[in-house]
Design a protein around this ligand. Structure first.
Ligand code: A3P
Length: 336
């Protein structure tokens, strides 16, 4: 059963949207008639241009498309929810600010006292919450994150030289992580009933998860990373788990801030990898008991393991998801 506040969210989104004079009449009308499905946290999710959105995020996405101006030096971290966004935020923050905040002087490192969610903020969420254009924290670069599919990024992202790092994750682990996250928020924060796993799994496989279908989301960035490797770096959660230092070096090279010989020798790469590991971040007080702009930080840390799907998916479920991935990714070269 949906909590009363959720139906308010959905209605107030529509109300707010319809009040926005700056959108063309045609677009406003099309929003009202968007296909909708049962939601995860709000009563409904809406299908906008082939992707499913929670109403609040759809509102933020549309505002972001309209107002966000990319700068050449921007770095945007792109993920589907539960693919390791928090981890990527920590890694890229530590990597790009390593001169200001050396990992050799850990006592004063911002990651020890601030959630990665607050150090790098989600664009569409910020646009949904603020009427004016939000300020994104800038060190050497403006660092932002998004769950938007490539096709729905603001136009200026494609026109500028800004860089995108995409992180994907094996979908069997992602659906499990997503289900745990949604139920934690529903039950503990919203007072809603939990969604049984088989139901969540079915909706996920049909593509009706936040920012899904996952296959179209991944393929958009995958193809762009092949066509424009200087624009999009495509990473996999499992590969970073396996060899974090290798992928930190790839990120550094892609962002044009490679590790110097001196940094290599003094163990900076390993220092960043250890600082951002699940064990390190999840045990920090700020991530155990702190709160970001809207949620307790601990909802972003659960197990941080590869292969937890084996504890949740039946053989039939695993086969169903494997077949979807095989069919959708056939001929693209993308393997999860
Ligand atoms: P699990 O639920 O499988 O544990 P997101 O940040 O996109 O919301 O993704 C959350 C998932 O990433 C959760 O997965 C969480 O535990 C895991 N995670 C968070 N921090 C991590 C880290 N430093 N290293 C590896 N995984 C991490």
């Amino acid at each position: 059963m949906a909590a009363p506040s959720d139906s308010k969210t959905s209605n107030s989104f529509m109300h707010q949207f319809l009040q926005e004079n700056s959108y063309p009449e045609e677009l406003r009308e099309s929003i009202i008639s968007l296909p909708k499905e049962e939601g995860w946290l709000a009563p409904h999710i809406y299908n906008y241009k082939g992707f499913w959105f929670d109403p609040q995020f759809l509102y933020g996405a549309l505002r972001c498309q309209q107002h966000f101006q990319a700068q050449h030096s921007d770095i945007i971290l792109c993920t589907l929810p539960k693919c390791g966004t928090t981890w990527l935020k920590a890694l890229v923050f530590a990597l790009t600010t390593r001169k200001q905040f050396p990992v050799s002087q850990l006592e004063t490192h911002p990651l020890l006292t601030t959630s990665p969610q607050d150090l790098i903020r989600n664009m569409e969420f910020c646009y949904a919450r603020q009427n004016s254009s939000p300020d994104f924290p800038t060190m050497n670069n403006r660092l932002m994150s998004t769950h938007l599919p490539l096709e729905l990024l603001p136009k200026s992202v494609g026109e500028s030289k800004c860089k995108l790092i995409y992180l994907c994750r094996n979908q069997k682990d992602t659906v499990v992580s997503f289900w745990h996250f949604i139920n934690k928020v529903r039950v503990e924060l919203h007072g809603q009933e939990a969604i049984p796993f088989p139901e969540a799994f079915d909706r996920y496989c049909r593509g009706a998860s936040s920012f899904g279908p996952f296959w179209d989301h991944m393929l958009g960035y995958w193809k762009e990373s092949l066509e424009s490797p200087r624009k999009v770096l495509f990473l996999k959660y499992e590969e970073i788990k396996e060899e974090p230092e290798v992928h930190l070096r790839r990120m550094a090279a892609f962002l044009e801030c490679p590790f110097s010989e001196e940094e290599e020798e003094s163990g900076v790469v390993g220092g960043i990898s250890r600082l951002c590991s699940f064990e390190s971040l999840s045990n920090l007080e700020v991530n155990k008991t702190g709160k970001s702009s809207h949620r307790p930080n601990n909802v972003y840390f659960r197990k941080g393991k590869v292969g937890d799907w084996r504890n949740h998916l039946t053989d039939e479920m695993a086969t169903r998801l494997d077949q979807i991935v095989e069919e959708k990714f056939k001929g693209t070269g993308l393997k999860l």
